[in-house]
Design a binder for this molecule. Sequence first.
Ligand SMILES: [Zn+2]
Length: 285
Amino acid sequence: MAGAGRFAPSPTGPLHIGSLYTALASFLDARAHGLAWRLRLDDLDQPRNDPAALDSILRTLEAHGLHWDGAVQRQSEHLERYAAALATLHMTGSVFFCTCSRKQLRGHSIYPGRCRHRRKSIAEAAVRVRVDEAVCEFTDLAQGQQRFPLGETTGDFVVKRRDGPFAYQLATAVDDGDADIVRVLRGRDLLGNTPRQLFLMRLLGQKAPAYAHIPVLLNPAKEKWSKQTQAPAIDDRKPSANLRTSLALLGLSPPELDLEGLIRWAVAHWGLRRIGHRDRVFAIR
Ligand SMILES: [Zn+2]
């Protein structure tokens, strides 16, 4: 198989309806395009990780017939790759060391560029990438044409935090390149991350994947269903019912089939046009 799609949850809790819906969508999209489907755990934010979540996520995906290809990847095991990418960015003069305190940055929604001249390594500094006049344009397969002048939207952004960890944007750009991800299907709430990831990919000489940012599921209070909004864990004993619910939210109404048949049918009928581009409210009874 050439190229892959991927599902990249943070292991902070069990899957809920919102994350199962996204997992299913990325799975169907990859399979419908003849791609491998990779599973990667975005676990760089160590304090938020829940050791029990990993098992629970794998169990839920398996119970729902969403079988991933290859070994489960973990961002926490790719630190050398991120360091190598950062070294490349240093070599090309794309990054600088920022010693600004929170207080100094207060009131600035965009980084004011105070440390842009600091190219030599400084301990206890964050590393930021210079965006200058870069403009990121891409056609999102679900949301249409996008244009982000980085200087006005993200500014010089952090790729390595002062306290050590690599930023999610850098890790994701590097991992998507390494895993030959050619289609990224994820929630619309992550659209704002994409210009930063595309910009880093460009600096690192990587080919950009195609993106589709699909609508997110909202609870009746119009908040995204998530762990923070008390989304209940998926019940692994009812995989067919859960899949049918998610498929309906993706604009698909399958006939009566067993689990495997349901998945096969959904791959054959998959289409982004059926989903639309608006977030949808979903009440859990
Ligand atoms: Zn600074």
